[in-house]
Ligand binder design. Structure first.
Ligand SMILES: NC(=O)c1ccc[n+]([C@@H]2O[C@H](COP(=O)([O-])OP(=O)(O)OC[C@H]3O[C@@H](n4cnc5c(N)ncnc54)[C@H](O)[C@@H]3O)[C@@H](O)[C@H]2O)c1
Length: 355
């Protein structure tokens, strides 16, 4: 039986990946030490997801290992060796803001942890596809220099600009801008994953995510904004929007659509490839638009306030141009749009936190 190793397997993207690959008939080994709880407290704990996956999936094994522990990681890779055909690496310190609290922890998880996994793959399963979840923060705050127009509920890029129609593509520089400590550690990992593709010829693929979301997110104030916003709506907790008058725009992709893209990549990997991946023009919203939609779907008012202070280096407008991926993998299509994504998150939050 072909084996897949999934890191961050109890998180949003990791757990979706585990379910997807298990459904495809693979034996799946998940690696997750619930470090999300250390980062974000009880809101962020992914323990519930570990239990659900372990109880419901026959060919799934959970390993509570820190990805920085190279001996423990090597032991897992050595055990399955050449049976490993796919590695999906999603474990991370994922928050822009949290990273500044402990830069050493952030860098060691995001950059060194990625290198530990690349090396283990090279040593024990060099033919495997290696997929890495990078981020649009590798472009730093460069998107903020685009010509922006203020509309009633959102910022938009001027219609005359080439990025207006389809969003930001991979030609944007990742250099000489403010990334946040998180963005910088992800740049290190992103470039290293590319290097293992280009230098060592491994089948690596880097996906620079916009806003990745879905009902399996353990939304916390510092990460997983849609899931956390819905949680606030459902529980009546107040929510603060930082800066840009609440008109900042994000493109949102359902975790299923992203994992389905991984699967297409795995069927015909292009070593060293880099793709922007998100909801694109197909699925995006500003904070104010998200709140309107959540109120419509949940029937609850969101108790929010606007702070004038934006988060340092935060994007004002970011929409991913996903055409490079679509060109290479034309059979891949979105299954979810913004409303269906939100409906699922609202339904899950009502079930988890009480209607
Ligand atoms: N969610 C987004 O909006 C978004 C956007 C762009 C990129 N990304 C990237 O996508 C990936 C997945 O994001 P997510 O939203 O699923 O995150 P998540 O926090 O839900 O999942 C990550 C999982 O990794 C685990 N983990 C963290 N450090 C670990 C360590 N040292 N060892 C083992 N496990 C560890 C956590 O416990 C968590 O369960 C991350 O690399 C993130 O940077 C996410």
């Amino acid at each position: 039986m072909s084996v897949a190793i999934v890191t961050g397997s109890s998180g949003l993207i990791g757990s979706e990946t585990v379910k997807f690959l298990h459904e495809k008939g693979m034996r799946v080994v998940g690696i997750d030490n619930n470090m999300r709880k250390y980062f974000f407290g009880e809101d962020g704990s992914t323990e519930w997801n570990t239990c659900q996956l372990s109880e419901s999936l026959k060919s799934f094994t959970h390993q509570s290992i820190d990805i920085r522990d190279s001996s423990a990681i090597d032991a897992v890779f050595q055990k399955y060796g050449k049976d490993i055909s796919l590695v999906v690496h999603t474990a991370a310190q994922p928050s822009h803001d949290w990273a500044a609290r402990e830069p050493l922890t952030d860098f060691s998880v995001n950059a060194t942890g990625t290198l530990v996994l690349l090396e283990a793959t090279r040593k024990f399963a060099s033919e495997a596809t290696f997929i890495f979840t990078s981020t649009n923060k590798v472009y730093g705050d460069l998107p903020n220099v685009l010509p922006l127009v203020e509309l009633e509920k959102r910022w938009e890029v001027a219609e005359s600009h080439p990025f207006h129609k389809f969003g930001i593509d991979e030609t944007m520089s990742i250099d000489q801008s403010k990334h946040s400590v998180f963005g910088a550690s992800k740049v290190a990992a992103d470039v290293m994953v590319q290097e293992y593709g280009r230098y060592f010829g491994m089948k690596t693929g880097t996906f620079r995510g916009g806003c990745l979301t879905g009902p399996a997110h353990s939304g916390a104030e510092l990460h997983g904004f849609l899931a956390y916003l819905v949680k606030c709506a459902v529980t009546g907790k107040p929510y603060t929007i930082y800066g840009y008058k609440g008109k900042q725009v994000r493109d949102n992709i359902h975790s299923y659509d992203l994992v389905n893209a991984f699967w297409h990549f795995h069927s015909k990997p292009k070593p060293g490839a880099v793709y922007n991946m998100g909801g694109s023009r197909h699925s995006n919203c500003s904070m104010l638009e998200a709140i309107d939609l959540i109120e419509k779907l949940s029937g609850k008012r969101v108790q929010y306030s606007l702070s004038e202070q934006n988060r340092s280096g935060d994007h004002i407008w970011y929409i991913s141009d996903v055409r490079a991926f679509q060109y290479d993998y034309p059979a891949w299509q979105y299954q979810y749009d913004l409303e269906s994504i939100m409906s699922e998150i609202v339904a899950a939050a009502q079930e988890r936190y009480g209607a």
